[in-house]
Design a protein around this ligand. Structure first.
Ligand code: UDP
Length: 247
C-alpha cells in the first residue's frame, strides 16, 4: 500500500474498500497489526512528538481520518483517494467480525460507556458472541501509572476473552502509546485506536448528520456541539498553512 507524507507523517493512500481489505487480512496474520487513524490535529501533535510519530510510522495501517489531510494531499499534489474515518472503518470491521465469528474487546470511555457501546454493538451484530469491555479510567500507563495493579487486572480481563480485535478509546496519543506499550502482552491479532467512537456507539455523542459528512464539514458540527474543542480545532488552519509553506 502506497503511503504519502504529510508534514513528515506517513498516511496510507487507501479508500475504504482497501482499508477494510487490509484490516480483514490482519485477522489471519501471525504477527499483531496496529491500525491508527490520524486527522490533521493528530498530525500536528505527532510531527513534534518522536515517540508518537514512530508509532504511526510503524503502524500497519494509517488511514486518513479527516478532511484536512485530504486538502493537504491536494496541496502537495499527491491526492489521497478519500477520507476514511476511524468510526466508519470500525463499523465495517465490526460487520466483518459479525460475518466471520470474530471476537472483540472495547476498552476506553467513562465507566459504563464502553459496556453500553459493546452491548449496542453485539445487539446489532449478534454473531459476535465472544466479547468484553472495560472503561478507560483505570490507573494505567496512559495516565502515568505504568504497571499498576488495576492495569494488570484490565490486561488479564482482555486476555481471558482473547479477542481477535481490541479497540482502544483513550483519545490520541494516549491510546496509541498504550497500544504500543502492551501489544506484546495482549492476546489479540489486531489493535486499533478509536478515540471518541465508543461515545458514539454508546449513544452518548451524536455523529454529524450525513450531509455534514458528505460536505467534509463534520468538524463544523462538532465545533457547534462541543465548542470547547475550538482550541484543538484552531490547529486546522495552522496545519494548512504549514503544509503550504513546507511544500
Ligand atoms: N478517555 C479514557 N481515558 C482517559 C482519557 C480519555 O477512556 O484517560 C476517553 C474519553 O472518555 C473519550 C475518549 O477517551 O471517550 C476519547 O476522547 P476524545 O473525544 O477527547 O478523543 P479524540 O477521539 O478526539 O482524540
Amino acid at each position: 500500500m502506497e503511503k504519502i507524507d504529510i508534514l513528515g507523517v506517513p498516511v496510507h493512500k487507501v479508500d475504504m474498500k482497501e482499508a477494510l481489505n487490509a484490516s480483514s487480512n490482519f485477522f489471519n496474520k501471525d504477527e499483531k497489526s496496529i491500525i491508527v487513524t490520524p486527522n490533521s490535529e493528530i498530525v500536528m501533535m505527532a510531527k513534534d512528538d518522536e515517540k508518537f510519530l514512530n508509532i504511526i510510522k510503524e503502524a500497519d495501517l494509517v488511514i486518513p481520518d479527516g478532511i484536512g489531510l485530504v486538502i493537504a494531499s491536494k496541496i502537495v499534489k499527491n491526492p489521497l483517494k478519500e477520507r476514511v474515518t476511524g468510526i466508519d472503518l470500525m463499523e465495517n470491521i465490526l460487520n466483518y467480525c459479525n460475518e466471520n465469528n470474530k471476537s472483540i474487546f472495547i476498552i476506553g470511555g467513562k465507566p459504563g460507556v464502553a459496556d453500553k457501546a459493546a452491548q449496542n454493538i453485539v445487539k446489532k451484530y449478534p454473531n459476535i458472541k465472544n466479547w468484553g469491555s472495560h472503561h478507560g479510567y483505570f490507573k494505567g500507563y496512559h495516565i502515568g501509572y505504568e504497571g499498576h495493579d488495576e492495569e494488570k487486572e484490565v490486561i488479564d480481563k482482555i486476555n481471558e476473552i482473547k479477542p481477535d480485535i481490541l479497540f482502544v478509546a483513550f483519545g490520541a496519543p494516549k491510546q496509541e502509546l498504550w497500544i504500543q506499550k502492551y501489544k506484546n502482552e495482549i492476546d489479540t491479532s489486531v489493535l486499533m485506536g478509536v478515540g471518541g467512537s465508543v461515545d458514539v456507539y454508546a449513544g452518548e455523542v451524536k455523529r454529524a448528520p450525513k450531509i455534514y459528512q458528505k460536505l467534509g464539514l463534520e468538524w463544523l458540527y462538532r465545533l457547534i456541539k462541543e465548542p470547547w474543542r475550538y482550541k484543538r480545532m484552531m490547529l486546522l488552519p495552522k496545519f494548512i498553512v504549514q503544509v503550504i509553506v513546507t511544500k
